[in-house]
Design a protein around this ligand. Structure first.
Ligand code: BGC
Length: 766
């Protein structure tokens, strides 16, 4: 039965894609078939003709080579001559050009190579990590990041980026929470679409543009226990309501490639997942680009120990050996195999044995060629290495990166001490106070530590003569080491206290090293590593100076132990190359912080996963009542800082929520209006947030769901009205059979400046 279904879906897709490619799309189609209609215009017809023409000339061996994607460490001249499809992580424009010349001039059909790279938050001009940029609640910030990242990448000869990373996550322990936009599907969707559009433009054959690859399909952000690569088990409604929307948004924005994930969902690995790759991505969404596997993810389908250890790692145990893994991946929707070589190596034998079909091989190759034609590679395959450097680290890019830091910083607490006066004597203290390396975060592209403005340098630029004491040193070492996180001794604390004493105001820079987040960097404890809490305690209690804690980190931290003693806390994330300037702008009030948390900050790690858009329970949490959904040892049901929270140096009032109508048909829409006023004494930004809740539904609905936000800048005393439109994409939801349903009944709307928004109004869906 399963095989039949798989074969049917695969065959349907292959047949339809072939029909589309031939420009023959029947006028009467089922809705599934209709979903596969090409959305592009006549320009693509000529591309399809070229693709078919080329495909018709290719041998089986050449087709299998196109399916192969090799790393910078693997690629040889011979691979290029044999017509390999893609290469990633190679960024030297001379070598890229050399290989491209071999591919175009010496391979039989002259098909150019697609060169790819992980330009996640910048190539050379590194922007704040995506979790940080998400705090801006500003699509312009991520657009700047991806426009500049695309230009710098394209300038060295890259034409694909493995970005945006769109994995919604509730897992603060997971290191890769740093790479996407946090816990909310709507925020992730808006920012994913903005990143795709900025990197690709309206036509990614443009020399400054690249094709994007939203990843990792799917639900990679929810590994059990927060350990990277670990298994995920979830309902269909969760998959569709929480994890898939950012992928859909990225595909709708034009993303033409996507990467399947390492993890298994419900026992089915991402790169063997017919449901996500074939039925949903290529079927329901009509995606006509290609899917690349993640790094060795095809080999990892094999059982351990592997029949042939030379074929890379093993693990999932859904394929007996390399040939079985290659067949499974190809048959379930993988078009391009990264690093492992099962489809290429065993394709011929698999085809002869009838385990894969010629149609499916052609479909995969057609998708790859289609993207290469759209990318303009056949017209203009080469890069000019002499111009590659000119595109990097341009002054305008650095200005945008600095602005991004200011907009991404979140003020978590302020007892009235910030902003500091730059003419007073400032001390910078802490292990990350004069640091360049860690500021780049866990994906630093081709960013260079030397490019980075450290916090101390940035502070000295505005408060000359600022002093410095490190207090302790964090560790970049891989465990097991004696002191894996570093800051294991208080030997430098006395000097830190003395330096603070001698100044008028103190910036205390603490957090994580960049090695503590990102891939394969889960932490079971999300407190400040080492003795940094004690360092804060000592500096605050031993002096009477105002102390502002600045956090550099890649995940939500548990700050329960420092939140009362620290007079001010700024969350700066890993801010990138302009770290010091951008953070100094906020500390000294050049920039009034307006960022908001894209992820909940728990009080302690034991609360994880904790997220604002949870479902209600029959025993809603009450910390003081037994028989409720609570922790008996935490006197609160809330996180320490909730999703959407962030302060400013001014104050705002969000008021007067009203709706344009009190009822709406299932296909209708309505507007919500909210007033926002700056009630303080300086100009500032507020993020007005609109949430909804469906109180009675066929399946329990989240207590709040973000469905609109707008960051507005207001002069003091100014009031503005923000308008949001709601339609069924907002008040409908997916049920457990995967159907999108719009149910009649009341919908509650909440407006405010965090997920605790309690001003409400209601309307009826008829
Ligand atoms: C990561 C991907 C990345 C790929 C290529 C993998 O380990 O999971 O996100 O794109 O490597 O660098």
């Amino acid at each position: 039965m399963r095989l039949t279904l798989k074969a049917t879906v695969a065959a349907l897709l292959v047949a339809l894609t072939a029909a589309i490619a031939g420009g023959v799309v029947a006028a009467t189609q089922s809705s599934d078939e209709a979903a596969l209609q090409p959305t592009r215009g006549p320009a693509d017809r000529s591309i399809e003709r070229k693709v078919n023409n080329l495909l018709g000339q290719m041998t089986l061996e050449e087709k299998l080579q196109q399916i192969q994607l090799l790393s910078d460490g693997q690629i040889t001249d011979e691979d290029a001559r044999n017509g390999v499809g893609g290469v990633f992580s190679l960024t030297d424009p001379q070598r890229i050009n050399q290989l491209q010349h071999i591919a175009v001039e010496e391979s039989r059909l002259g098909i150019p190579i697609l060169f790819a790279f992980d330009t996640i938050h910048g190539f050379r001009t590194i922007f704040p990590i995506p979790l940080g940029a998400a705090s801006s609640f500003d699509p312009d910030v991520v657009s700047d990041d991806h426009r500049i990242g695309a230009r710098e990448s394209a300038a060295v000869g890259l034409k694909q980026i493995y970005s945006p990373m769109v994995d919604v996550s509730h897992e603060a322990r997971w290191g890769r929470i740093a790479e996407a936009a946090g816990e909310d599907p709507y925020l992730n969707s808006v920012l994913a679409a903005a990143r795709v559009k900025a990197a690709q433009g309206s036509d990614y054959s443009d020399k400054r543009k690249v094709v994007t690859s939203p990843k990792h399909l799917a639900a990679y952000g929810e590994p059990e226990g927060g350990r990277d690569y670990n298994t995920t088990d979830m309902s269909e409604q969760r998959l569709r309501n929480l994890y898939l929307p950012p992928f859909k948004a990225a595909i709708d924005a034009g993303a033409d490639t996507s990467m399947c994930s390492f993890n298994a969902i419900n026992g089915v690995p991402g790169c063997a997942n017919e449901h996500t790759m074939l039925e949903i991505l290529k079927g329901e969404w009509g995606f006509d680009g290609f899917v690349e596997s993640d790094y060795t993810a095809v080999a990892e389908l094999r059982a351990c120990p592997p029949v042939n250890p030379d074929e890379g790692p093993c693990g999932h145990g859904v394929a007996e050996d390399g040939p079985a893994a290659g067949a499974l991946a190809l048959n379930t929707g993988v078009d391009s195999e990264m690093v492992s070589t099962n489809i290429r190596d065993f394709g011929e034998e698999l085809l002869a044995d009838g385990r894969i079909s010629q149609e499916r091989i052609d479909d995969a190759v057609r998708r790859i060629l289609r993207v290469k034609f759209r990318a303009g590679l056949f017209d203009d395959p080469y890069v000019n290495p002499d111009r590659a450097d000119d595109a990097q680290l341009r002054p305008g890019a650095l200005r945008q990166a600095r602005r991004a830091v200011g907009r991404s910083t979140v003020l978590l607490k302020n007892d009235g001490i910030l902003p500091f006066d730059p003419s007073l004597k400032t001390a910078v203290i802490g292990p990350l106070g004069d640091n360049q390396h860690d500021m780049l975060g866990p994906w630093w592209g081709r960013g260079d530590d030397d490019d980075v403005v450290s916090l101390l340098t940035g502070v000295r630029g505005q408060s000359p003569g600022a002093t410095f004491a490190q207090g302790c040193t964090l560790s970049n070492a891989e465990p097991p080491t004696e002191d894996p996180e570093g800051c294991g001794s208080d030997a430098g604390f006395a000097e830190a206290v003395a330096t603070a004493e001698a100044a008028d105001q103190v910036i205390l820079a603490v957090g994580e090293t960049r090695e503590m987040s990102g891939e394969a960097a889960a932490r079971s404890n999300i407190d400040l590593p080492g003795m940094q809490e004690q360092l804060i305690e000592e500096v605050v209690s031993a002096t009477d100076k105002p102390v502002a804690v600045v956090l550099f980190n890649g995940r939500p931290l548990a700050l329960e132990n420092i939140v009362d003693s620290a007079p001010a806390i700024l969350e700066a994330w890993f801010p990138g190359v302009q770290a010091g300037h951008g953070v100094a702008d906020v500390v000294f009030g050049e920039v009034n912080p307006g960022g908001k948390l894209p992820v909940s900050f728990p009080r302690r790690v034991g609360q994880v996963p904790i997220y604002y858009n949870h479902e209600p329970t029959g025993r809603p949490c009450d910390p003081n009542v037994k028989w409720n959904s609570r922790y008996r040892d935490i006197p609160s049901c809330d996180p320490l800082f909730e999703f959407g929270f962030g302060l400013s140096y001014t104050t705002f009032e969000v008021s007067n929520l009203r709706l344009s109508r009190d009822s709406v048909g299932p296909n209708g829409s309505l507007q919500a209006f909210v007033d926002v006023s700056n009630t303080g004494d300086r100009r500032g930004d507020e993020v007005v947030q609109l949430y909804i809740h469906d109180p009675v539904a066929s399946i329990s609905q989240p207590v709040r769901r973000l469905r609109g936000f707008e960051r507005v800048r207001l002069a003091r005393g100014e009031t503005r009205t923000v308008t949001f439109t709601l339609d069924k994409s907002d008040f409908g939801f997916y049920d457990n059979s995967g159907e999108f349903v719009v149910e009649p009944g009341r919908i509650d709307v909440y407006a405010g400046n965090s997920s605790k928004a309690d001003m409400s109004a209601s309307f009826e869906v008829r």
